[in-house]
Design a protein around this ligand. Structure first.
Ligand SMILES: Nc1nc2c(ncn2[C@@H]2O[C@H](COP(=O)(O)OP(=O)(O)O)[C@@H](O)[C@H]2O)c(=O)[nH]1
Ligand SMILES: [Mg+2]
Ligand SMILES: [Zn+2]
Length: 289
C-alpha cells in the first residue's frame, strides 16, 4: 500500500498526492458504510491499480489531528486569518470569532494577515499590534503592490494552511502572488461564482511546492459560535491561558466575580478590546442557551 494525501475530491473521486505524483482514486464502499467521508487533507493509504494512468483505490484514512467544516479540510497546520486594512475595513468582532474558531478547532498555528496595506490609514498597525501582537504573529501585505509576500510565504513553508477571512479582502490575490500558476479568480467575478454555486464548491489543497499547501476559502461575512459552551469560551483566548484557574473562584466566569485575575490584567497583558470581546461573546453564547 502507498501513502499519500487527499488534495481534492470531485464527484466521488479523490486525488491523492504521493511523492510528487497525483493519483485518481475511488473510495471503497466500506467508508460509506462506516459513514466516513474522505476529506481533503486526509493522510491516506491507497493501492495503485494502474501506474501509467495514475489510478488507484483509497483504502485507509489515518486519524485526523483536526478538521474544519467550512471549508471541509483536515489536518490543518496553520490558519491565516486575512482582513483588509481598508475596503472593507477590519471587522474586529469577526476577526475575534475567527481566532476563537481556530483555537477551538485545534489548529496549531494561527497568523493574522492584514492585506491591502497600500491603502492603510495611519495608526492601524500600532493599534493591531497593541491588541493582538503579543499573542499572534501579524503580517502586513499588499497583493496589489507585491509587498510582504515573501514574509508571508516563509511562514507557510512545509505546512497546510487555510486562508480564511471575509470576501473581498484579497485572499485569492495573495494566493496568486504566492503561487502564480494557481490563477485564482479574483474580484467581483469570483464573488458571483461563489454566490452562484456555493453548495458544490470543491475544496482543494493548492500545491505551493516544498510540501507547502494552501486552501482558499469563500468569504465569510458572519460566524456564529453557538457550538461553544459559554464556560469554554475562556480557553479560546490565548491571553487568558496563563491566568485560568487562578481566580478566587474556581468557576469564575471573569465577568462580575471579585478577585478575578483576568479582570485585573485587562489593560496590562490583556487588551481591553479583547476582554470586551470576551464579555460580548460570553453574553451572546449565554443568550443562545
Ligand atoms: N488596494 C488593494 N487591492 C487589493 C489588494 N489585494 C486584492 N485587492 C483587490 O481586492 C479585490 C478582492 O480581491 P480577491 O483576491 O478576489 O479577494 P477574496 O474575496 O478575499 O479572494 C480585487 O478587486 C483585488 O484586485 C491589495 O493588496 N491592495
Ligand atoms: Mg477569493
Ligand atoms: Zn476570573
Amino acid at each position: 500500500m502507498s501513502r499519500g494525501r487527499i488534495i481534492k475530491g470531485v464527484g466521488g473521486l479523490y486525488y491523492i498526492a504521493s511523492d510528487g505524483v497525483v493519483y485518481e482514486c475511488s473510495a471503497r464502499g466500506r467508508f460509506r458504510k462506516a459513514r466516513i467521508t474522505p476529506t481533503t487533507g486526509d493522510n491516506v493509504g491507497f493501492t495503485i491499480l494502474d501506474k501509467e494512468k495514475r489510478k488507484g483505490s483509497l483504502d485507509t484514512i489515518e486519524k485526523r489531528k483536526n478538521i474544519l467544516l467550512r471549508p471541509r479540510v483536515a489536518n490543518i497546520d496553520c490558519a491565516v486569518i486575512i482582513f483588509a486594512a481598508a475596503s472593507p475595513d477590519i471587522n474586529t468582532d469577526l476577526l475575534d470569532r475567527f481566532l476563537i474558531l481556530a483555537e477551538e478547532r485545534k489548529i496549531p498555528e494561527v497568523i493574522i494577515c492584514i492585506n491591502k496595506w497600500d491603502i492603510a490609514k495611519e495608526g492601524l498597525r500600532e493599534r493591531l499590534e497593541r491588541i493582538y501582537g503579543g499573542y499572534y504573529p501579524i503580517v502586513f501585505t499588499s497583493a496589489e503592490e507585491n509587498k510582504g509576500i515573501d514574509e508571508l510565504k516563509a511562514l507557510l513553508e512545509g505546512k497546510v494552511s487555510v486562508f480564511a477571512g471575509p470576501s473581498g479582502v484579497g485572499k485569492s490575490s495573495l494566493i496568486n502572488r504566492i503561487i502564480p500558476e494557481s490563477n485564482r479568480q479574483t474580484g467581483e467575478i469570483s464573488r458571483k461564482i461563489e454566490r452562484g454555486k456555493h453548495t458544490t464548491r470543491q475544496v482543494e489543497l493548492i500545491d505551493a511546492g516544498n510540501d507547502t499547501y494552501i486552501v482558499d476559502s469563500p468569504g465569510f461575512t458572519s460566524l456564529t459560535l453557538e457550538f461553544i459552551k459559554p464556560e469554554e469560551l475562556q480557553y479560546y483566548f490565548r491571553e487568558f491561558k496563563q491566568y485560568i484557574d487562578k481566580c478566587r473562584f474556581a468557576d469564575c466566569a471573569h465577568i462580575h466575580e471579585p478577585d478575578c485575575i483576568i479582570k485585573e490584567n485587562v489593560g496590562k497583558t490583556i487588551a481591553k478590546e479583547r476582554y470586551d470581546a470576551f464579555v460580548f461573546l460570553y453574553n451572546e453564547l449565554r443568550s443562545l442557551l
